[in-house]
Design a protein around this ligand. Structure first.
Ligand code: CMC
Length: 376
């Protein structure tokens, strides 16, 4: 009987050729390429191709892949009308999860899990998910929905559908970098959820729906919204010390810090820190960045010895705020990008699948006599 490991820490439950993490050294690579190289030189579209094919595309392959993705920017009518009929008070992550699930009903062959069909479904969902989020946001703000523009990149098109105007080059590139940085990350909780579901040979829609549900939790992708809430609660840079020390004393978790795998600064946080600093300057949000930086300094002094450093969610909060996104769109942004990784893992799992079926360590009583209801 193997040992029970709470939270499955350190348990190897899958093999992947997509991302490599060295938590001690703070290294993340996609198919062997350091994440910093990709955020400096690649695009989201190229990164998705890399993850799904385990190699960089040629010019022609990238053009073809990008074209195919753009052909899928529009939602089917049935989904578009659903998105604009949900309550305006709904949370965008609930909407995204529900619409990905609903998309399965618009597929005439939803259970086809052979490699070509599964990949086509993943591409469809990746292409259409930004429209779901943007259309819902416009709907709840009482604004007309904006049709996608297939001349735009994934990042540009999302911001265009959200705001009704094309983003500046700087904003589009910043958003594209965020998409690259969040695209894949080993066997994180939501990726595991996707792999567990597809391992029953269920369907791509069900697996991705489960993944979105997992990501929204505050211990996972929901942490970026928690970071922003904390930054909003702290009135000034001067108030950071008392606020953070109070939280640590109460043993509250500081959102955006700590990681199951990283015991050094998350390399994505390093990239996002630079991006957040620049965008904060460009958009007059220097105060927000200064507060974030002050929090990091206190955490370094107080808890770095325990291996608690900023993770991807810490500086992404400031970055998303400066890009102009509403607070409850932060986690959906994570999801739009991570659809790439989840999909890649679903394809890997289907290729050589074995059902996930761990065991539970039963710790209750045995041989208990049945007590009739009138005697209880
Ligand atoms: N603030 C304060 N203390 C912390 C934090 C934090 N953010 N994270 C961990 N600790 C402490 C924790 O209190 C515990 O201390 P002690 O040993 O004295 O009881 C110790 O560090 C170990 O913590 P843990 O919760 O057992 O560690 P874990 O590996 O189970 O949890 C984590 C990892 C990410 C859930 C946790 O660090 C956390 O809750 N962080 C805040 C939420 C967050 O930022 N989540 C995003 C994770 S990265 C992106 C993603 O995957 O979505």
């Amino acid at each position: 009987m193997s040992e029970f490991v709470k939270g499955l820490e350190g348990i190897v439950a899958a093999q992947t050729e997509m991302s490599y993490i060295n938590g001690e050294k703070g290294v993340l690579e996609y198919v062997g390429i350091p994440i910093g190289e990709l955020s400096a030189h690649s695009t989201f579209e190229e990164t998705v191709f890399l993850l799904w094919n385990r190699r960089l595309p040629t010019k022609g392959e990238l053009a073809e892949f990008t074209g195919n993705l753009r052909d899928r920017y529009s939602m089917p009518d049935g989904i578009a009308s659903r998105v604009t009929s949900v309550p305006k008070t709904a949370e965008p992550m609930h909407v995204l999860r529900t619409m990905i699930s609903a998309l399965g009903m618009h597929d005439t062959d939803p259970n086809a899990n052979d490699a070509d069909n599964a990949r086509a479904k993943c591409l469809n969902i990746l292409g259409q998910a930004p429209a779901m989020v943007a259309a819902f946001d416009r709907h709840r703000r009482g604004l007309p929905v904006i049709e996608p523009d297939t001349s735009l990149t994934f990042a540009e098109n999302f911001l265009y559908m959200l705001n009704g105007e094309k983003p500046t080059e700087t904003m589009a590139r910043a958003f594209d970098i965020c998409m690259i940085l969040h695209a894949d990350h080993g066997l994180n909780n939501s990726t595991f959820a996707a792999r567990v579901v597809i391992s029953t040979l269920s369907d791509v829609y069900s697996a991705l729906t489960a993944a979105v549900g997992s990501l929204r939790g505050p211990l996972h992708g929901g942490a970026n919204e928690g970071v922003m809430k904390m930054l909003n609660e702290v009135p000034s840079v001067d108030a950071v010390e008392d606020h953070v020390m109070g939280m640590l004393k109460r043993k509250d978790k500081i959102m955006g810090f700590g990681h199951r795998v990283y015991k050094a600064k998350d390399p994505r946080a390093k990239d996002l820190q630079g991006l957040a600093e620049q965008l904060a300057k460009d958009t007059g949000n220097e105060d927000l960045f200064a507060k974030s930086h002050a929090i990091e300094k206190i955490m370094e002094r107080e808890v770095a010895a325990k291996g608690i450093y900023p993770n991807v969610d810490f500086y992404s909060a400031t970055t998303y705020h400066c890009i102009g996104l509403q607070l409850d769109l932060f986690t959906p942004m994570f999801a739009l990008s991570r659809l790439a990784g989840w999909s890649g893992h679903i394809l890997e799992q289907l290729d050589g699948n074995r059902l996930f079926r761990p065991t539970a360590d039963y710790i209750g009583p045995h041989a208990v006599a049945y007590t009739p209801i009138e005697k209880r």
